[in-house]
Design a protein around this ligand. Structure first.
Ligand code: FE
Length: 252
């Protein structure tokens, strides 16, 4: 079993779990963990296809630490579908946008664990983690209406969810931004809601000291130069409602 360590200090570790997507129709998805002292969190743990493998890997990464937080960036199945299993087998709390608290239980949430599904207010929040904290950063409409990212100030990593997602290449780290563009462009133009939302996000991202932007699908961006290039690209992108014409043509 292999894991990629994105940051490590005496008390703090950021780990990208091995890719458990087995190909097929299901989109490739990354699972990230942050461990601080005796406490850990997992980000966007995924659906049923990867549940048992991600659970086993997370136990290995946690070691003696206990899982306290399941972070759900938004409500999509590749993020949320297995949340009942995670809540039934751990004591963790699952955090998701207030907008989705009444929708997520439709994935099959046992009433015994419902009270551990916690809503995140629109403005985001500070989440204590071990001896420190992470920030839950609003990134609404990128792509979901109730959408958050995690900023870890110790590791200087922004976990960007679907923003920055790439599909269809064979590497897990971006080295050449221009060569990477074909793998991110189509997805962002269609899935991200609007340039206005991206410009607001770019402003927020520039206020943070970021060494790595790690999306939930595909490759991550490491280093100020690549991080800066990605933020600049987002700020200029026309997408979503920017590209809608006067009407939707009636099919047929
Ligand atoms: Fe999504």
């Amino acid at each position: 079993m292999s894991q990629k360590v994105l940051f490590e200090s005496d008390t703090h570790r950021n780990v990208l779990l091995e890719d458990f997507s087995s190909g097929g129709l299901a989109v490739q998805a990354n699972q990230h963990m942050i461990i601080d002292g005796k406490v850990g969190m997992i980000l966007d743990p995924g659906g049923h296809k990867v549940y048992s493998k991600v659970m086993a890997a997370s136990r290995q990464v946690l070691g003696p630490a206990r899982l306290e937080i399941l972070f759900l960036s938004h409500q999509d199945p590749d993020i949320v579908a297995a949340v009942n299993g995670w809540l039934m087998t751990t004591d963790a709390k699952a955090y998701v946008s207030n907008l989705w608290v009444r929708f997520v239980p439709h994935f099959g949430l046992d009433h015994l664990v419902e009270s551990r599904l916690v809503g995140i207010p629109d403005e985001g929040m500070k989440l204590p983690l071990g001896g420190g904290h992470v920030l839950v950063i609003p990134a609404h409409f990128l792509h979901s209406a109730g959408n958050f990212q995690i900023y870890d100030p110790k590791a200087k990593i922004l976990y960007s969810g679907d923003l920055g997602a790439s599909i269809g290449h064979g590497y897990d780290e971006v080295t050449d931004f221009a060569a990477h563009l074909p793998f991110i462009e189509g997805f962002h133009k269609r899935y991200m809601a609007s340039g206005r939302a991206l410009r607001a996000w770019a402003k927020t991202a520039r206020a943070l000291d970021i060494e790595i932007i790690a999306p939930q699908h595909g490759a991550f961006f490491r280093g100020k130069e690549l991080v800066g290039k990605f933020i600049d690209w987002c700020e200029r992108l026309e997408c979503g409602v920017d590209l809608i014409g006067d009407s939707y043509a009636v099919p047929g």
